[in-house]
Design a protein around this ligand. Structure first.
Ligand SMILES: Nc1ncnc2c1ncn2[C@@H]1O[C@H](COP(=O)(O)OP(=O)(O)OP(=O)(O)O)[C@@H](O)[C@H]1O
Ligand SMILES: [Mg+2]
Length: 249
């Protein structure tokens, strides 16, 4: 069991994000409990990735607060953000590997940038991670030599290198074959079993229902509804049900 299960790890209040005059989120509130995987559903372009980017500090919000372990990270300076980057991993929608670096160098990157781990320990951590994601022999390959599914798994592995308390998964299974989807879902469940908290943005309904503890629905800039996994089987909210059935664009 997770030591601090049930406490709130991340708390977002009154979040507003915008690109120029275009408002993406307005008055958005969301709590994520320690140890859960919270699924975020929402139509394309509703601002799911933008929300994850705000949490990791890539897009500064126009207003509102994001509390991580009780501290408002929107107020942090650059050195405090380094600590956030150790606690929060981001598995990018497009993998976002460095093309000019090998797989091993990609995985080493967060260790070099954010820790003082000695080189031999870094190599061991890379080796262990490649074992864990089931691809022990790809360390010296470049991203262009990998399939799309392998790139996604390496991208996720890089986000996991620092064993972050919170991991943000942005469409981890999109475009993958069933075998890779199963591996990625298994990895997410394994991480959850180890106490890691996750936010999962996905259009993959079976995957969401398999790994999610709660499902939130983003609509018109806010979390319109949030439901426990069990309640979705019993009596799903009509908006979540419509999304699951494919009736939401
Ligand atoms: N850097 C940017 N500059 C301007 N507009 C942006 C930028 N990034 C995103 N947007 C806009 O913000 C809105 C939300 O984009 P976002 O990528 O968060 O959507 P999403 O919910 O993740 O969609 P999808 O499911 O297709 O990935 C979109 O209308 C998009 O055009
Ligand atoms: Mg997106």
């Amino acid at each position: 069991m997770v030591e601090n299960a049930g406490t709130t790890l991340l708390s977002i209040r009154g979040l507003e994000t915008r690109f120029g005059s275009k408002v993406i989120h307005s008055g958005l509130d969301l709590d994520v409990k320690a140890g859960e995987i919270l699924v975020l559903f929402g139509g394309s372009g509703t601002g799911k990735s933008t929300l994850l980017r705000a949490i990791i500090g890539l897009d500064a919000p126009a207003a509102g607060s994001i509390f991580l372990d009780g501290e408002d990270i929107t107020q942090f300076d650059e050195s405090a953000w380094r600590e956030v980057r150790k606690k929060v991993g981001y598995s990018f929608q497009n993998g976002a590997l460095f093309d000019s670096l090998t797989v091993a160098e990609n995985l080493e990157y967060p260790l070099r940038e954010l820790t003082d781990m000695p080189p031999d320990e870094r190599q061991k951590a890379i080796h262990d991670m490649l074992e864990r994601i089931g691809m022990p022999d790809i360390a010296q390959l470049y991203p262009s030599e990998l399939s799309g599914g392998m790139q996604k798994r390496v991208g996720m592995a890089r986000a996991l290198m620092l064993n972050p308390a919170l991991i943000l998964y942005d469409e981890p299974t999109a475009g993958l074959d069933p075998a890779n989807i199963k591996k990625i879902s298994g990895l997410m469940l394994d991480r959850k079993a180890h106490g890691q908290t996750g936010i999962l943005v996905t259009h993959d309904v079976p995957c969401a229902l398999a790994v999610g503890d709660r499902i939130a629905f983003l609509h018109e800039g806010r979390i319109a509804v949030i439901q426990d996994r069990a309640a979705i089987d019993r009596e799903p909210d009509e908006r979540i049900e419509a999304y699951i059935k494919g009736d939401v664009e």
